[in-house]
Design a protein around this ligand. Sequence first.
Ligand code: PMP
Length: 401
Amino acid sequence: MADQLIYLDNAATSWPKPDSVGEAMVHFLTHKGGNPGRGGHRLAREASQVLEEARTKLAKLVHAPCPQRMILSHGCTDALNLAIHGVLRADMRNRCDGTKPHVVTTAIEHNAVLRTLHCYATSDLITMTVVACDDQGYVHPEKLIEACTDCTVLMTLSHASNVLGTIQKIPETIKAVRAHNEDILIMVDAAQTAGHFPIDVQAWDIDLLPLAGHKGLRGPTGTGGLYVSPRAYPDECDKTRVFCQRRGGTGSMAPGLEMPTNLPDALEAGTSNAVGFAGLIAALDALTPEVHEHEMAMTEQVLNGLHALDAVTIYGLPTIEGRTPVVLFNIEGVHPREVMAKLDAEHGIAVRGGVHCAPLLHEAIGTRSDGGVRVSPGSGTTARQIEIFLDAIRAMCPQNV
Ligand code: PMP
C-alpha cells in the first residue's frame, strides 16, 4: 500500500479544500449554529446572514440580476431535480389541451438529468428527444433546433461534460435556439463549470442554472444552487413556470398552509445546510483566476504525457482548448477499473475508472461497456504528482515498458 496520496478526482469533488473552508465551518458550528430564518434570536439571525451572504456571492458569480433568484440547494443533483420536476409539474398543471410536454435533452447529460427525465418518459407523462453529440462531445445548435416541437417546454444542456470535459458554446447555442423559440425554458447544468469558467446567465439568456458548490468552487459537499430566471419565475407569481414541489417550513408566513410565492422562499423549504454555506463563502473568497490557470496547466501536462504513449487512447478534444480540467483515456488491453485499482493500491493515486454517470455519452464515444479512466487535477495538484501519475501509467502500457 502506497503511503503517498495524489488526488486526481476533482471532477467528482475537489480536494483538498482551502484551509479557510474548514475554519469557517468550525467557526459557524461554534459561534453561529442557529436555524436560519427560524426564530428571532441572535444565533438564528447570524445563520440567516450566512445564507444571504452565500446567496449574494453565488448570484454575483453567475451575474444573476438579484440574489433572490439564486436558490440554495444541497448540491447539483438537488438543484437539477428542483428545476426538472418544477418545470414539468408546472407545465402539466397549466396544460389543458390534452398534449404532453416535450423535453429536448442531449447525449452528454449526467444521470441526474437523464434519470429524472426517464422517469417521466417511461410513465408516459412527457415525450422526450435526446440530441446526439459529436465525438469531441459537442452538441450542435441546429440539432437542438430540429428537435423542438410545438410542445417543447424545456431544453437541457450540460455546460461541460463530466466525462470528456468539453465545454459547450452556450451563448451561441442559446442565441440560435432563441431565434426559433423565444419561450422555451433552457437549463444549463453548470456542475462541471462553476468556478472553472465564467458564466453570465443574463447575457447568455439562461433560464435555469443548477450548480455544485463542492467541485470547481471548492466548497463543502452538500452545497449548490439553482439560478431561476424571470422567464421561468416572473415577478408576478401567478405566472410561475416552476412549481414548488418541495413544501415545508420557510420561516416566513408561518401560520399559512400555502407556500410563500416569493423567491427564494417559494423554492427553498426546510432547513438549509448553513454550515456548508459558511464553508462555501470562504471557498468563494479564496477563488482566484490563478487557481483555474494552475488546474489547466496540470491538465495540459497530463494530456502531453498521455499523448506520447502509443497504447493510450484519449477521448474528446486533443488539447486543453475548450475543456475543463478533465481528461478521459484508456490503456489498450487494460480495463479502466484495473487502472484505477492499481493506481490506488500501488501508488496512492486517486482517479475515477469505469463508466461514469453519463451513459449516453459513453455510448457516443464507444466506451459503453467498460468506460474509461478519468483524471481531473485540482488546485492542490503539483507538476511532480503528474509526473508520478504518468510514470505509473507508462508502466501499465505493454509497449512502453
Ligand atoms: N451534473 C454533472 C455534469 C455532474 O458532473 C454532476 C456530478 N458528478 C452532477 C450533475 C451532480 O452533482 P452533485 O454531485 O452535486 O449532486
